[in-house]
Design a protein around this ligand. Sequence first.
Ligand SMILES: N[C@@H](CCC[C@H](N)C(=O)O)C(=O)O
Length: 268
Amino acid sequence: MGIAFHKMHGLGNDFVVIDARVQPVSLSEAHIRAIADRNTGVGFDQLIIIEASTEADARMRIFNADGGEVEACGNATRCVARLLGSDVRIETLGGILHGRAAAGGVSIDMGQPRFDWQTIPLAYAMDTRDMPVGWDGLERPSAVNVGNPHVVFFVADTHAVPLDMLGPRIETDALFPERINVNVATITGPSAIDLRVWERGVGLTRACGTGACATAVAAIRLGLATGPVTVSLPGGALEIAWQPGESIIMTGAATHVFSGEIDTGWLG
Ligand SMILES: N[C@@H](CCC[C@H](N)C(=O)O)C(=O)O
């Protein structure tokens, strides 16, 4: 008997989704890394486990491809909302999120962004709007916590940045005690941003929903854009609406690809 799963994606950021309410699962970090492997496993950016919740319609646990559990995943939240229904509340480690069916896919109320350095978290105090730090030409980022931690660099051309080299260095810098998701963005219009993301615990992905939220918020906070903002990622676009003091609303596609079974004998 295998483990039933759904393969889903949001703009090419892909997930294995297991509904543990109907089939309890217990997976070690080594199991998660084995299933994540795109050559010898099923392959995913994040593993999502849906559990029963006493505070919301369901609880969603999020594991990166490296096996670590994290607080938030914007693209996967849209996918889980799509699986659960048209108006749902989902408990995450980053808070309770509200999802609704919307034109263009699913809208999620991602809650309010946090900017204080202890909450990002950073290793020591600094201005998170304009951080006096840099790594080989990537300089003065903003930091935003949208349930999970992000730094956002605004550059002239996001496609010219060697994010595959700099991403892992910045992700693991001692400034970020819980590591960090690294966003490199170019403002392309008053309400338009091109974005590439090095995700903590995964690497370069085709899209990152929380990265799009953090980047739109940082751009609005710096006066570089006015909302709602269209954030274009390699896998497609997300609409992000936010005003200071309010929740972030993220809208975009959530795609179900197929349902399958993981052979537990192979997992060992
Ligand atoms: N792909 C996600 C973010 C997943 C978690 C992230 N890698 C982290 O470690 O915080 C998204 O769509 O937001």
